[in-house]
Ligand binder design. Sequence first.
Ligand code: ZN
Ligand code: ZN
Length: 96
Amino acid sequence: MKLRNINGTSDTTCKCGSWLLHWKKFGGSSLPEFCPETGCVQKDLVGAHVQLGGGSTDQRWYICPLCSRHNKHVGELSVTDTIKLVSASKAATCDR
Ligand SMILES: [Zn+2]
Ligand SMILES: [Zn+2]
């Protein structure tokens, strides 16, 4: 699936402690061993803010684990289809 990285989010954390912990908590899945970007084998994962790419009309913000390099990537990324996206909306998750 295609994701679009949202760069420059000032929202560095949430009540969960980090966006990576947020992803774990609300995604209910364990962290992938490697960055889910196709072909990437980095393990320094962070919780990245993303939107669906590939011309999707879904404009919502999601959290997806990505390595720190891909977290700085500008534009679209190709990630494995099995990776879970978790809502980045605090109102819908940890701020309830
Ligand atoms: Zn949270
Ligand atoms: Zn990566």
